[in-house]
Write a protein that binds this ligand. Sequence first.
Ligand SMILES: CC(=O)SCCNC(=O)CCNC(=O)[C@H](O)C(C)(C)COP(=O)(O)OP(=O)(O)OC[C@H]1O[C@@H](n2cnc3c(N)ncnc32)[C@H](O)[C@@H]1OP(=O)(O)O
Ligand SMILES: O=CC(=O)O
Ligand SMILES: [Mg+2]
Length: 546
Amino acid sequence: MSVASPTHHVEVTGPPGERFEEILTPGALDFIGRLDAAFSARRTALLAERRRRALRLASGCALDFSVATRAVREDSGWRVAGPAPGLTDRRVEITGPPQPRMAVNALNSGARVWMADFEDATSPRWENVVGGQLTLLDAIERRLDFTRNGKRYRVDERPATIMVRPRGWHLTEDHLLVDGRPVAAPLVDFGLYFFHCARRQTEAGSGPYFYLPKLENHYEARLWNDVFVFAQDLLGIPRGTVRATVLIETVTAAFEMEEILYELREHSAGLNAGRWDYLFNLIKNFAHRPDFVLPDRAKVTMTAPFLRAYTELLVRTCHRRGAHAIGGMAAQIPGGDAESHEAALARVRLDKEREAEDGFDGSWVAHPALVPVCADTFGSVLGERPHQIERTRDDVEAGAADLLAVRRTGGAPTPEGIRGNIAVALRYFDAWLRGQGAVALYGLMEDAATAEIARCQIWQWQQHGAVSRETVLRLLDEESAALAKEDPSALSAEAREIFVRTALAGELPGFFTVDAYERHLVRRVTDVAEEAGVTEEARVTEGAGR
Ligand SMILES: CC(=O)SCCNC(=O)CCNC(=O)[C@H](O)C(C)(C)COP(=O)(O)OP(=O)(O)OC[C@H]1O[C@@H](n2cnc3c(N)ncnc32)[C@H](O)[C@@H]1OP(=O)(O)O
Ligand SMILES: O=CC(=O)O
Ligand SMILES: [Mg+2]
């Protein structure tokens, strides 16, 4: 399918699927084309700036709060917009990929918000991208009503408020081309949802609400703000209707929280402490520095001083500006025998207690069985209040040195930690290749962010002599063999390839998702032709004739 307008040509190259035409309508494709025409050049420039900044950090430049934006930080006269309908009380938010069963379970879970995730929890296969949009549309239209394995799935009368997390600026959607170029994935995820659901959501007393992942600076927040203004104007929706919570999950963004809120102030719905990507980003940015070598993943907890500085500064910044501060994801998930189930609940409770006491207004959970834990914990601090924004945390003093005090988190990686990272990354890559973006592994929720930590730590440890390449390769072979034995349908060879390319390369690749998407998930012209029974020879001949 393709849509031509005077300014652009939009083409869908992804395979067709059931009801995809309800999402990929000519109007929606034209809308994506307009977003692309307005913003793709700025995105490209900002990605180039990301690379320059990363090089500066790698070459030893200091990271600090910017002098250029001091006025924004020191001006106590501005605040973000007040909470939008459905976003006042956010004491518990559940996250997950937008699949029909998960959607119903999340919407009915008792959480105040469902964060429908196209980022860390979704493998960006084309069917997940379009299928996810169908799920959202069906949820909003109250059409999710089906029975599976004898269980009835139907959205309750008072479901959670929906917030959608589009993919980050680093990703492209290669199954949607504008003038022959892949479109920025965030514009696709945002654009399709906004086009189909913004008005419906507003008329239903909610709104088009978003979570914005992996921002690295306030210029990227400004880009999002401009996207919102453009999209609202184009569809005749009042400015300020869109609301967005920005995940502070890169170390450079932690130095620009005030500036990010300021850029989005008309559309802001606060900040979230995206702890797993934050750790990944910290490892990635300082991968060459011996004083930034972290111990086993399991030993890096949110009580580490450098992580505490980041979360407390987030609360202080948000509350000073009248914004919600939302906590992060505890990775433990319920299940297994009674003892491990209770242990997981206890770990999550401790995490949420600390967040609530530190001043967060709510937090994330990964599983419906964790909703009561989080709701009770925040409930006992909030009582009847919907949030604790009035608690300004003026006592917090977190400077650059505190945010970067990684060396206080000592300890060398252990053999279990090294094997654990390899086992998790490999199994996660296999799941991701097969279309599942979040999985339960060894009692923990693993997604793109946690898998990034696993493969980056292996790179970092190898770089700093904590483990040899030979040992990693031997363990990788053992784990690949174990995976193939556990599950003969696993794509262990492809998963192993991704691991070798992203954890053992000479230079550390920025995101495994960029590399693996391009090599493994994109449906190429050759695949389409082969499925249609067109031979390579015929395809080349046909192409040459045009
Ligand atoms: C770093 C970050 O970005 S964190 C945010 C991104 N990550 C996520 O959102 C992960 C969210 N969590 C999940 O995807 C899942 O909980 C997993 C994959 C970890 C585990 O899922 P499962 O193996 O299905 O767990 P389990 O078997 O215990 O599920 C029991 C029931 O709960 C449902 N369930 C589990 N997690 C969720 C969820 N997050 N939302 C809604 N329903 C859920 C399952 O669908 C299942 O119900 P069903 O039988 O009706 O389908
Ligand atoms: O997106 C959340 C994170 O922790 O990463
Ligand atoms: Mg993240």
